[in-house]
Design a protein around this ligand. Structure first.
Ligand code: SF4
Ligand code: SF4
Length: 193
């Protein structure tokens, strides 16, 4: 199953690369920027978790120890039954310790996503638009939405008004595909309870 998942990731990575190219005018990601791994819940499916942990066991023992300690510390801080936004335990010294094996949600960090809510297409901007990064140019901080007036003034065509053919919200990308079973999805910490 993990081999099949690796093949699937190749397709997804290729697709997401095009999405990043399409959205280039609003992307400000650069090396060392880790805000997207600093505050979140990081939903991972069972399959993504298996893949991540298959890499974890190959990490040097001292690195494994640091990650285990991060997880233990976070589990102590985590309030029962409440949403808990936290730094990802796999982020070490400003880098993902398992970048090649990161989850699907991690691969979409920084992109504007298109979702369907109550039958209507909606655009979701990346969280870092609020701190002057991706899409901050068109983020209306007062209302928490895309400022369409500002967006149109950019003259970048219909980027946000034409959703891509594949919705890359995690819930879509982790649907069972071609024999791949993703299994249950949980916030990353919940896999270690
Ligand atoms: S797995 Fe890696 S890329 Fe994903 S949130 Fe954690 S540190 Fe960031
Ligand atoms: S998605 Fe945002 S926070 Fe993450 S690397 Fe890109 S600019 Fe930085």
């Amino acid at each position: 199953m993990l081999k099949l998942y690796e093949k699937y990731l190749e397709v997804i990575d290729e697709y997401l690369k095009k999405c990043f190219e399409d959205q280039k005018p609003f992307i400000h990601c650069k090396k060392g920027c880790t805000d997207c791994c600093d505050r979140g819940e990081y939903p991972f499916s069972r399959l993504e978790m298996e893949y991540l942990m298959a890499g974890f066991v190959k990490l040097p023992v001292d690195v494994q120890k640091k990650i285990r300690q991060n997880i233990a510390d976070l589990l102590v801080q985590k309030p029962a039954g409440e949403k808990f936004l936290h730094r990802c335990p796999f982020l070490l010294a400003g880098k993902c310790a398992l970048y090649e094996r990161r989850g699907i949600i991690c691969r979409t960090f920084g992109l504007a996503a298109f979702d369907e809510v109550d039958g209507k297409k909606v655009v979701k901007l990346p969280e870092c638009c609020k701190i002057g990064l991706n899409y901050s140019e068109i983020y209306d901080s007062k209302h928490g939405f895309v400022d369409m007036e500002k967006f149109q003034s950019f003259g970048t065509g219909n980027l946000l008004s034409h959703p891509p053919d594949l919705n890359y919200m995690t819930k879509e990308l982790t649907k069972g595909i071609n024999g791949l079973e993703f299994g249950e999805i949980r916030p990353i910490l919940d896999w270690f309870k």
